[in-house]
Design a binder for this molecule. Structure first.
Ligand code: SF4
Length: 426
């Protein structure tokens, strides 16, 4: 029985209890939200990673993606990246390798981390099709399902499956004309190429029941992939993307009716003033399924700083209801990330999730404590409250002040100290 089926039968599982205790909400609330498809609880039943709930009323979570490319195949580095992501506080990890032995690297990562691990099965379909048949478009239909089965049985906890790209979606894309930024989803691009070459419907759409049945066996969370996401702000919320979103939301209903926990993905690059609309629309159309946002990136012209651009987009998305944020690293749009890029990327995404939750969940107590610690020039307390203590300490220790209760920014002209003296009557 999946968590969703249990919830619908009125059963509060141990996993639901743990989510409730971690998040400070009632057990019945978690059960009801799982039953309604508004919260998912990650965990392939073969692997049972630490309990993680994602969705309405819970804190915003952060995903880090790692994985080889065809140019850089270094399994040790990918394992290091996975461990860095875990150490830095990522809540989920996506293993998105496309280079080397994909079974080996996936199994290695699943063993290395305790985080829930997700995949995009289409990457392995494409890689195996190239290896065995010479081209992605030559992939036999059965391969799409064999890969799903294999990854589910390996213990993958959630999967981004591109089910919402069908003939209608491709037709919308063609009618609106080619996009400014093209198709940037690798999974989306593979599928469109396969469908066009073979003149066939997307196997994951056509046999959606089969996809759902495979995932259901191990209570794997279905994340309905966003293959038409925009890779340029000028393409945001276009007809092709909206078409796929509508189909994904219909499919989310079907999957939930079959007892499978489901999330919906979006939106990629998007102007900052469209984020609220995008999140609210995705939530409304999907019956408030957990919304997994990629980015959102509100500008295209800061390569090297896309992780920072994405903080602005993701903080807004989280504020308006996004539930899981996929990080970006400084290497985004330029190269395969290194471990240091992963470290920075996770930290940035955590800041975005935190700022979003301050509004979405009203979590502001820690900030109030920090304000008071700063006013009191209580440096020990400031360190205790700082979410990334290593940087705080490193910067402060690298330039010690003359008076230990101040800092070298204003030195003897410390404004807080002067006002404190006045208020304390010194
Ligand atoms: S020296 Fe300036 S920056 Fe540093 S604590 Fe005092 S007021 Fe703040």
């Amino acid at each position: 029985m999946t968590q969703l089926e249990a919830a619908r039968k009125g059963v509060i599982t141990d996993r639901m209890k743990e989510v409730a205790s971690k998040e400070g909400v009632s057990e019945e609330y978690v059960r009801r939200m799982v039953a309604e498809g508004k919260i998912v609880i990650m965990g392939n039943t073969l692997r049972n990673p630490p309990v993680l709930g994602i969705g309405k009323g819970l804190s915003t979570k952060v995903n880090a993606s790692i994985g080889t490319s065809t140019d850089i195949v270094d399994f040790d580095m990918e394992e290091e990246k996975a461990l860095v992501a875990q150490r830095e506080g990522a809540d989920t990890l996506m293993e998105l390798s496309t280079g080397g032995d994909l079974d080996e690297i996936r199994r290695r990562i699943l063993k290395a981390v305790s985080l829930p691990v997700g995949t995009v099965p289409l990457y392995q379909v494409a890689a195996e099709a190239i290896r065995k048949y010479g081209a992605i478009v030559k992939a036999p239909r059965e391969l799409f399902f064999e890969v799903l089965e294999k990854q589910v049985e390996d213990g993958v906890d959630f999967m981004a499956v591109h089910c919402g790209i069908n003939r209608f979606t491709v037709e919308r894309l063609k009618r609106q004309g080619y996009r400014y930024g093209g198709l940037v989803s690798r999974g989306g691009a593979f599928l469109v190429a396969w469908m066009e070459y073979n003149g066939e419907e997307n196997p994951y759409y056509e046999e959606f029941d089969r996809v759902v049945s495979i995932l259901k066996k191990r209570d794997v969370v279905l994340s309905l992939g966003n293959g038409m996401r925009s890779g340029a702000v000028h393409d945001s919320n276009d007809r092709a993307q909206m078409q796929e979103l509508i189909i994904n939301c219909e499919l989310a209903d079907e999957a939930r009716n079959m007892g499978v926990q489901t999330m919906v993905e979006g939106p990629g690059h998007i102007l900052i003033d469209e984020i609220e609309m995008n999140v609210k629309m995705a939530k409304k159309l999907s019956g408030e399924a957990p919304y997994y946002v990629l980015g959102p990136v509100p500008t295209d012209v800061f390569p090297g700083y896309d992780h920072i651009a994405a903080v602005a987009g993701a903080a807004l998305a989280a504020q308006y209801g996004a539930d899981l944020i996929c990080y970006l690293t400084p290497a985004e749009h330029i190269a395969l990330p290194f471990p240091e890029d992963v470290r920075i990327g996770v930290r940035c995404a955590k800041i975005a999730a935190y700022m979003g939750d301050m509004v979405k969940l009203g979590k502001k107590d820690r900030d109030l404590e920090m304000a008071v610690a700063r006013k009191n020039l209580d440096w020990a307390k400031q360190l205790e409250l700082a979410l990334y203590k290593d940087v705080f300490q490193e910067i402060r220790n690298s330039r010690p002040p003359e008076a230990p209760d101040t800092c070298t920014m204003c030195g003897s002209l410390c404004a807080l100290k002067a006002v404190k003296r006045i208020f304390e009557g010194e």
